[in-house]
Design a protein around this ligand. Sequence first.
Ligand SMILES: C[S@@+](CC[C@H](N)C(=O)[O-])C[C@H]1O[C@@H](n2cnc3c(N)ncnc32)[C@H](O)[C@@H]1O
Length: 259
Amino acid sequence: MSATFTTTDILDLYRNEAQRHGDAGTSTIQDARTRRLELDALASYIRDGQRVLEIGCGNGYVAQELVSRFDIDLEAVDLSPDMIDVAKERDVSSSLGRVTFAVCDVLKLVAPEQFDLIFTERCLQNLPTWGDQSAALANIASAMKPGGEFVMHESFNSGHDNLNTAREEVGLPPIGPPWHNLFFDEAQVDGRMAELGCKRVDQNAFLSGYYFGSRVLMPKLLDDPTKAKSSSVLNDFFCALPAAGDFCPMKIVRYRKDG
Ligand SMILES: C[S@@+](CC[C@H](N)C(=O)[O-])C[C@H]1O[C@@H](n2cnc3c(N)ncnc32)[C@H](O)[C@@H]1O
């Protein structure tokens, strides 16, 4: 599988994002409720004392939040020098934990058995081919300590297909993947991670209820479905729906390296 975008397209995209959103939480995700749910979901895997690697940290918004809550050593890296320039401006001096920001391409990551926990947040889906994604997974597996965990928050075809099936059932058109994403096949990732000595622990489809509400129910409720927007007050209700089913492309799949 491969997409039609290039690494240059990705660098251009996030240069614009850094210019438009600066250090705001809206950077790379304009839906504020999705951002909050993501942050809380990622935080639920972190424990004081861990050495943590965030790959694709963007402007550092999540990293700053996590070190404000946890006494961890966090290395946060990103391909985009523009995003890292924004991240480095953050004042983290009064945080519980410590964070460093650096430019790094996950395809060049070399850090054997360094981290208790590694996480990505909508990053590996920006790699244009399965070959690149597969190589990135190998570098991540190598960087995990034995017994360490990889919390992979990325987009998968399974949730995307379920969402569009639900939309079709109520007469709504499908939503396509953004041009800059190559979604994952879960079984393919499980197989690759197993080859790399990492077993799947569980999944967390924490956005499923919210997406079912905001991307299926809300447009169906409106006279004009194209008027559905993430800033709608209706989403104050939908974002509190239970995470039933698997109705969002984005979810967390967790892997543990053999100890
Ligand atoms: C959708 S954004 C998410 C950023 C951040 N996690 C957030 O929540 O705002 C994806 C990020 O992955 C970074 N990225 C893309 N390809 C990468 C690569 N090969 N190595 C490291 N980071 C990469 C991009 O520069 C971008 O900042």
